[in-house]
Design a binder for this molecule. Structure first.
Ligand code: MV4
Length: 502
């Protein structure tokens, strides 16, 4: 049985994993870079070890160092979170070789799904619908022209080693075929060291709908329904919700069966996500599988009532799935927004720096997965996501109302954040109607621009919060009994631990 888990990640997801560890009586080991000494995940863990300099390559991606910490501390398992080493087949293998449980799939599943041409072939063999296109890589330019003629323009040329929107090219005109394929190939070679590309029919204005799956090591697999992730900007998800506003029960059941078939085709074990694109009529096509716990997993947890990290750990322990498909239902509606330290009114420029004050929304139906605190300095080295705010409601309208209320009182001073932009999204009539596509943000640039009256209102709120904060500090300076200070907040947060080289 797993008694101690090393979390090979930082920020909100490291804390998210540790929360489940605590509930399960499992000890947690944090690793951190020199830039993350003051990071909350270090405080939250039972033990914490510095693994190197700020640069990810020398710390969070340095898997030999991470494995050595796991061995020294007697961790039975490593949870990789998302990003960093989470979809690294070599790392999964190295853990296995060292007798450490990797909380994620094996190298075979990661490799099969990581190579998009192999994934497509595997899905076709498993009877999962894929976008009409090639089953083989494009060999040469003559082959490309012939293939694209057969499929018919417009098409997407995609890098086999790509994914998540990297190494993709839309080809709309006959005269662009050769130059586009050439460019896609050289881009793919430069980015991934692999110039294999394939071609799919272009699906205009699709919806991105993904299915959460859980599979155990005994061949059982279930799905936990869908997430609608069509609100994206430059292939970064901005808002996710479940159920999808466009889903129908018959299609949901069928897509769910195909998601399970996709996972079974690679003998998958663990939590994973099958991404589909759909058209407005819910014709759907497999796009990719993400072989990790995803950023947006909390909305599924809220609606299905399953702790996905807890289930990952049970699966890694070798246990059988603890639910059957028919045990699971969707209850109510959940929406997640990703809050970033960036300036939505200046081309989403990253806005790292010191958080002067953060005031969190609370109350019925609100969940906040974050890690920053008053005085925390957001490092420049990593993704500037501050937190994920989740609103649950009995229905979609209630969830939107709660999300709006939460975003209105969520205040962060010291850095610019995407909070005002997220609030504007909630207020766009096409968002409220549902049925939006992946073009939502670009189709509503005007409605998503900063209106004149907005900034005054939000600045007022920030000013009040900052005044309250200032008053608190004055009280604190007046003596320990004068206020509830930050130390007591930290006491609630941390517990006895060993923090090395702090
Ligand atoms: C497509 C597509 C249209 N047709 N493939 C973008 C991310 C990667 N997972 C695949 N992507 C797309 N593939 C075909 N054949 C449109 C997209 C796409 C997209 C997909 C999901 C969510 C947002 C998107 C934004 C732009 C393009």
């Amino acid at each position: 049985m797993i008694k101690k888990i090393l979390i090979a990640n930082r920020g909100e997801i490291a804390i998210r994993v540790m929360r489940s560890c605590r509930e399960m009586g499992i000890r947690s080991v944090a690793v951190y870079s020199e830039a993350d000494r003051a990071s909350a995940h270090v405080q939250y863990a039972d033990e914490a070890y510095c693994i190197g300099p700020a640069a990810s390559n020398e710390s969070y991606l340095n898997y030999e160092k991470i494995i050595s910490v796991a061995k020294e501390t007697g961790a039975d398992a490593i949870h990789p979170g998302y990003g960093f080493l989470s979809e690294n087949a070599e790392f999964s293998n190295r853990c296995k070789e060292e007798g450490i449980i990797f909380i994620g799939p094996d190298a075979h599943a990661i490799n099969t799904m990581g190579d998009k041409i192999t994934a497509r072939k595997t899905m076709i063999a498993a009877g999962v619908p894929v976008v009409p296109g090639t089953a083989k890589p494009i060999i040469d330019l003559d082959d490309a022209v012939e293939t694209i003629h057969k499929i018919g323009l417009p098409v997407m040329v995609k890098a086999s080693a790509g994914g998540g929107g990297k190494g993709m090219r839309l080809v709309e005109k006959e005269e662009d075929i050769i130059s586009s394929v050439k460019a896609a190939k050289s881009e793919a070679l430069a980015a991934f060291g692999n110039d294999a590309v394939y071609v799919e029919k272009y699906i205009d204005s699709p919806h991105h709908i993904e299915f959460q799956i859980l599979a155990d090591q005994h061949g059982n697999c279930i799905h936990l329904f869908e997430r609608e992730c069509s609100v994206q900007r430059r292939h970064q998800k901005v808002v996710e919700e479940t159920p999808s506003p466009i889903m129908r029960p018959d299609v949901r059941a069928e897509m769910g069966r195909h998601a399970v078939a996709a996972a079974k085709a690679v003998n998958y074990a663990g939590a994973g996500t099958i991404e589909f694109i759909t058209d407005d009529d819910l014709n759907y096509y497999f796009l990719e599988m993400n072989t990790r716990l995803q950023v947006e997993h909390p909305i599924t947890e809220q609606v299905v009532g399953v702790d996905l990290v807890r289930e990952q750990i049970h699966i890694a322990n070798g246990e059988k799935l603890r639910f059957r498909q028919e045990d699971l239902t969707q209850h109510g509606h959940a929406i997640e927004v990703r809050v970033y330290a960036e300036d939505p009114d200046n081309n989403f420029m990253p806005s790292p720096g010191k958080i002067k004050h953060i005031h969190l929304p609370l109350g019925l139906g609100i969940r906040h997965d974050g890690y920053v605190y008053d005085g925390y300095e957001i490092p420049i080295y990593y993704d500037p996501m501050i937190s994920k705010l989740v609103a649950w409601g009995n229905n979609r309208q209630e969830a939107i109302q709660r999300m709006k209320r939460a975003l209105e009182v969520y205040s962060i001073s010291g850095v610019k954040t995407s909070i005002p932009f997220l609030l504007r999204i909630m207020n766009v009539p096409d968002f409220q109607k549902g049925g939006y596509t992946t073009h939502f943000i670009q189709n509503h640039t005007e409605a998503l621009k900063k209106p004149e009256e907005e900034h005054e209102e939000l600045d007022d709120l920030a000013a009040i919060v900052s005044l309250v904060h200032h008053t608190n500090n004055l009280l604190k300076a007046a003596g320990p009994a004068a206020s509830s200070n930050h130390e007591s907040a930290w006491k609630q947060f941390g517990r006895k631990k060993a923090v090395s080289r702090l």
